[in-house]
Design a protein around this ligand. Structure first.
Ligand SMILES: Nc1nc2c(c(=O)[nH]1)N[C@H]1C(S)=C(S)[C@@H](COP(=O)(O)O)O[C@H]1N2
Ligand SMILES: [Mo]
Length: 250
């Protein structure tokens, strides 16, 4: 016999369904699903490599589905005059032949800015929040960090696991941050090379490449990335050494 539901129960079930549907849809924008599901280049990859990549994607897919998105804003709301804060690690001159050093296990190499710019560009307008008490809607663009990981096959400890953390340092190692992996592969986490639609040329804002990580307070958004290293132990973190929260989540 079919179970009889009271009107109240029916409404509750519908509401739960609608809520779950809406919740999921709002968590992962369509672009992310497309990104997870398309990836045509994988079809040409050698079988064993493809397996780890598929694993990697299932994993990052799961992490993405579990993650929340920072609110975004219309472009018109982005501040033209972007506030500056913090200059640790920005005082030495920028090398002419700027490259980011990567350390992922035994895989140690460098990536140029042009190589990063060749990957898909991601824009974001979000509210940048400094723990010192100011915030500002800002417009940044660059490459998703997770895209860099997948493209260069870095950050994978073995066939089944990603490293637990990513450490980033300025070229002179005077400012440094540690980022937990779920936040590093978050779809809004980008290595930014544009601010307000123009190349990031301002040294004070981290030219030529900086981290933008909207799910965390500003002190994690390291300016002028020199080194990116993966590890299972917590990388050193400038402000955590002064007692600020290591995760700095919003
Ligand atoms: N290299 C470096 N990155 C840094 C800092 C710094 O002192 N040096 N300060 C952090 C802090 S506390 C904030 S709030 C943001 C400010 O970024 P902005 O100057 O582009 O506003 O950069 C972060 N990244
Ligand atoms: Mo800050």
């Amino acid at each position: 016999m079919k179970e009889e539901l009271t009107t109240d129960q029916q409404i509750r079930r519908k509401t739960i369904k609608a809520f779950v549907g809406f919740g999921l849809a709002s968590l992962v924008p369509i672009g992310v699903w497309k990104w997870i599901n398309s990836r045509p280049e994988l079809n040409n990859t050698l079988a064993p490599l493809r397996k780890t990549l598929e694993f990697n994607e299932r994993l990052t897919g799961k992490l993405l589905a579990d993650s929340h998105l920072a609110p975004t804003f219309p472009l018109s709301q982005a501040q033209k005059k972007v506030r500056v804060n913090g200059s640790e690690g920005l005082l030495s001159p920028i090398e002419k032949d700027y490259k980011v050093k990567i350390e992922s296990g035994d895989n140690i190499f460098e990536i140029s800015l042009d190589e990063l710019k060749a990957l898909p560009k991601q824009e974001i307008v979000f509210e940048f929040k400094c723990i010192e008490g100011w915030s500002q809607v800002q417009h940044w663009a660059g490459v998703r960090f997770v895209d860099v990981m997948n493209h260069y096959k870095i950050g994978q400890k073995d066939a089944d696991n990603l490293y637990k953390y990513v450490g980033m340092e300025t070229p002179d190692d005077k400012y440094y941050v540690g980022i937990d992996m779920p936040s590093a592969v978050h779809p809004q986490t980008i290595l930014a090379y544009e601010m307000n639609g123009k190349p990031l040329i301002d040294k004070k804002h981290g030219s030529p490449l900086r981290l933008i990580i909207p799910v965390k307070y500003g002190y994690k958004s390291l300016k002028r990335i020199g080194v990116i290293k993966f590890s299972d132990t917590r990388p050193k973190d400038y402000w955590a050494l002064f007692g600020y929260d290591y995760f700095a989540g919003l």
